[in-house]
Design a protein around this ligand. Structure first.
Ligand code: GDP
Ligand code: IMO
Ligand code: MG
Length: 423
């Protein structure tokens, strides 16, 4: 059985915590898209782990973890992460498999990502600078380098020369930056070849055999629905399909094999980087959420923009992902707010939008129709049963369920594994 966990907002919904929680009942945890731009936090016994490329199930010593073909793999970042975990006594290399057809992020992808975003000037996206868009661009441009190509020294060199030809022209003539020689990249990356070779597998075949065998697989989404390249707030998005459908192309499994799709939503909304954000609070309420929620990026440390829960967005996320259920995280952060708001529609140019509009103009200039709810003041972080939550907290959850027409089966009230309420 395959379960997909997907972000329903702009990333950082608390997927890492929920994946870690659910991983206890799974056999395999598999990342299907994104790359080192992800920052998934798991807190276990007061220790905080931030995963970028390693799946968030790795803390269970008996689980197999997989990096699927849809992920872009930066070996420098991957081995930094693996070495950090192994230093903490967590074995990784013997139970992490990498798809041979995953594409590799190489030093020039990161350099170009940073230069390109600088050159966008006012139109900068505020990328994580991890070479994500530039790696996927090479993949679609058919000049990418896959893990399997990296393993063959002569193939790697040949492909490096092709990939660098146009880039070096741009470095020299346009960006006025230092050129990169294929030989240098080859030398800098050769230390990883032997280690990667031991982890490489025909991942799609492996997963399909395990599914046939009755194993439980958790497909770990990175980023979120509104950072999806097709359905997000384009162009302020990442470069992959973060939505649940991405699990099929990013792992090589049939849509028929997916039996459960779980969305993760914060009890409010955050966003890092540029782009429209209708319910953003540029005031003391936004500052309160940032402080109470510790809203600073897990990958870049940037302060996250904060705002009210946007049901227009999450309703769309429920539909495009086909959510069976929703997990609401960080409910504890709302404690102490007198009046909590939920966005239920947008208004622009005399029209009311209850559905997510693809038109960026609407997004940027709309007025928001809010519903206001009474808050609560009790500390809820030690509560483990739904009926013990303050009545206004339950009303808030149940109102969101009603608007989205999706059940909220789990509520998270703190960052550690046990701070969860299962209904
Ligand atoms: P992800 O990218 O979706 O995995 O989310 P991040 O790890 O980037 O950001 C979520 C942050 O919220 C992390 O610091 C988590 O430790 C923290 N967190 C997760 N769930 C909860 C919760 O229910 N309450 C609180 N207070 N913090 C949480
Ligand atoms: P997780 O998995 C939040 C944002 C960046 C930027 C845009 C494009 O932790 O939820 P990119 O480097 O991907 O080309 O940047 O996407 N972004 C994220 N925001 N959480 C993430 O991942 C993100 N990954 C990328 O801030 O706005
Ligand atoms: Mg994150």
């Amino acid at each position: 059985m395959v379960t997909v966990v997907v972000g329903t907002q702009w990333g950082d919904e608390g997927k890492g915590k929920i994946i870690d929680y659910l991983a206890g009942g799974m056999d395999i945890i598999a990342r299907y898209q994104g790359g080192g731009n992800a920052g998934h936090t798991v807190v276990l016994e007061d220790k905080k782990y931030i995963f970028h490329l390693v799946p968030s199930g790795i803390l269970y010593p008996d689980k197999i973890c997989v990096i699927g073909n849809g992920v872009v793999v930066d070996p420098v970042s991957l081995f930094e992460e693996i070495d950090g975990l192994e230093k903490n006594g967590i074995s990784v290399e013997d139970r992490l498999f990498i798809a041979e057809n995953a594409h590799m992020t190489l030093p020039y992808h990161k350099i170009l990502d940073q230069i390109e975003d600088r050159f966008r000037g006012k139109g900068a996206l505020g990328t994580t600078g991890r070479g994500i868009g530039t790696t996927y661009a090479d993949k679609f441009n058919r000049i990418g380098i896959r893990v399997v190509d990296f393993l063959e020294e002569d193939v790697f060199m040949e492909k490096l020369k092709i990939a660098l030809e146009l880039k070096n022209y741009l470095f020299r003539e346009y960006y006025k930056e230092e050129m990169l020689s294929p030989e240098r990249i080859y030398e800098e990356t050769k230390i990883y070849r032997g280690r990667i070779k031991k982890m490489v597998r025909d991942v799609h075949r492996y997963l399909n055999e395990e599914i046939e065998d009755g194993k439980d697989i958790l497909a770990e989404g990175a980023q979120g629905t509104f950072l999806d390249i097709d359905f997000g707030t384009y162009p302020y998005v990442t470069a992959s399909n973060c939505i649940a459908g991405g699990a099929c192309t990013g792992l090589g499994i049939s849509p028929k094999k997916i039996s459960r799709i779980i969305g993760v939503a914060k009890s409010y909304t955050t966003r890092v980087g540029m782009g429209p954000f209708p319910t953003e609070l540029n005031n003391s309420e936004g500052d309160f959420l940032r402080k109470a929620g510790g809203e600073y990026g897990a990958t870049t440390g940037r302060p996250r923009r904060c705002g009210w829960f946007d049901a227009v967005l999450t309703r769309f996320a429920a539909s495009v992902n086909g959510l069976d259920e929703l997990v609401m995280t960080k409910l504890d952060v709302l404690t102490g707010i007198e009046k909590i708001k939920i966005a239920v529609a947008y208004e622009f140019d005399g029209r009311r939008y209850k559905e997510y509009p693809f038109n960026t103009k609407v997004f940027l200039h709309c007025d928001i129709v809010y519903e206001e709810m009474d808050g609560w003041s009790e500390d809820i972080s030690a509560i483990r049963s739904y009926s013990k939550l303050p009545v206004n907290a339950r009303r808030y959850i149940e109102r969101i369920e009603e608007i989205l027409n999706v059940s909220i089966r789990m509520v998270s009230v703190g960052s550690s594994r046990e701070q969860i309420i299962v209904r």
